[in-house]
Write a protein that binds this ligand. Structure first.
Ligand SMILES: [Zn+2]
Length: 375
């Protein structure tokens, strides 16, 4: 997998020295979704045969993934199926780190996606990948300390970075991953931060249906989840929607990639603001025109995404406030001019969740324990 940097090059073992099978992952996923379950419930929800389920549940208990939480008082089926199993409370844990241009957030989470602790620190300017790695390691240690958990229960660290955090490093994710792995004895995965957001959404949807999510912060990110897999492209650069040149010849340059006319020069959280939306809502002509112009730039980029991929479900995650619908309406209106009428698309604006970037980064590691294909 591009961007994933296991400590020693080989695919690292999970749990006590082995990778989980698809069926074991199904069992953990089913209990994660439905809560404590008996073996018979597990069979029903995963379509795993009884004998196999009995064997695998026993193994998952032995390896510390599952624990017995009780006995059904009145078993629905007489016999040995009265024991109820739940996910272990503190294994496996992972740290997720969201390194945004302005701030870095690290969280400790588990297979249910609960936030055990969060640590926030300002993001400094970085000269090279090693500095990013040092900064990341510091916030990881702070998050683990704040969670008050045994660090031996933390199976890995996932890190989400914006592609242009260091402009001149063509292999940013791999360089940062190698640099962190040199000093930490756990699985390290470094990948694009918008892909982290997409992975967190995939976890919440518990589905492998394809979708795209565009995240608007100080930059514009794109995560593509195609048939349950994050799409990375041939050289790990898929998703550079924010750096599509939507207005060639624009004066000034993109603060992140340095070129001119990028989408990020027209749409980010300092340009499409609650204040601009409020002014547009009150009918100020300048604000209305500016909003339409910015919506047009985003719609232009989205139309390429929609026409090229034919992905129907597109989410735009942004913090737009009370009048956000004005921007959403303007984007959809422009899109209706740019996208061929027979290409279906559903562009849904959703509130941006700050934790979701770091959670998704943790799932870069924890996804080794999931299999949503339950039926
Ligand atoms: Zn750019």
């Amino acid at each position: 997998m591009n961007g994933a940097v296991p400590p020693s090059g080989a695919d690292p073992p999970v749990g006590p020295g082995r990778a989980l099978s698809e069926n074991e992952r199904k069992i953990l996923t089913a209990i994660g979704i439905h809560g404590p379950r008996t073996k018979r419930d597990i069979c029903r929800q995963t379509s795993i045969a009884w004998a196999t389920a009995v064997k695998l549940v026993g193994r998952l208990v032995g390896d510390g993934f599952l624990r017995q939480v009780g006995i059904l008082e009145q078993p629905r089926v007489q016999g040995p199926d009265s024991t109820v199993f739940d996910l272990a409370s503190d294994y496996p844990l992972a740290v997720g780190v969201d390194v945004e241009y302005a701030n870095t957030r690290a969280i400790v989470t588990d297979l249910r996606g609960g936030v055990r602790s969060a640590h926030l620190a300002p993001t400094p300017r970085f000269s090279d990948a090693r500095r990013v790695a040092e900064h990341t390691s510091r916030v990881v240690d702070a998050a683990i300390a704040a969670a008050d958990v045994d660090s031996a229960r933390v199976v890995g660290v996932g890190v989400g970075l914006p592609r242009f955090l260091i402009r001149d490093d063509p292999d940013l994710f791999a360089s940062v991953g190698a640099s962190i792995a040199a000093t930490r004895n756990s699985r390290i995965v470094v990948d694009d931060v918008a892909r982290a957001y997409a992975l967190a959404m995939e976890f919440e949807r518990r589905s492998h249906a394809s979708f795209a999510v565009v995240t608007i912060r100080s930059g514009v990110g794109l995560g593509l989840s195609v048939d349950g897999r994050l799409f990375r492209g041939d050289s790990n650069h898929a998703g550079l929607l924010g750096h599509m040149v939507v207005r060639p010849g624009t004066t000034g340059s993109c603060p992140h990639c340095g070129r001119s006319g990028c989408l990020e020069q027209f749409v980010n959280d300092t340009l499409v603001t609650a204040e601009l939306l409020e002014a547009a809502a009150s009918g100020a002509p300048d604000a209305t025109a500016e909003l339409a112009d910015r919506a047009d730039a985003l719609a232009h980029a989205l139309s390429f995404l929609i026409m090229v991929t034919n992905i129907t479900e597109i989410f735009v995650a942004a913090q737009l406030g009370e009048y956000g619908y004005l921007f959403a309406d303007a984007v959809r209106s422009a899109l209706s001019r740019y996208v061929a009428p027979f290409v279906p698309c559903r562009v849904e604006f959703v509130p941006l969740s700050a934790d979701r970037f770091a959670l998704g980064a943790a799932f870069f590691v924890l996804r080794d324990y999931f299999n949503y294909e339950l039926e």
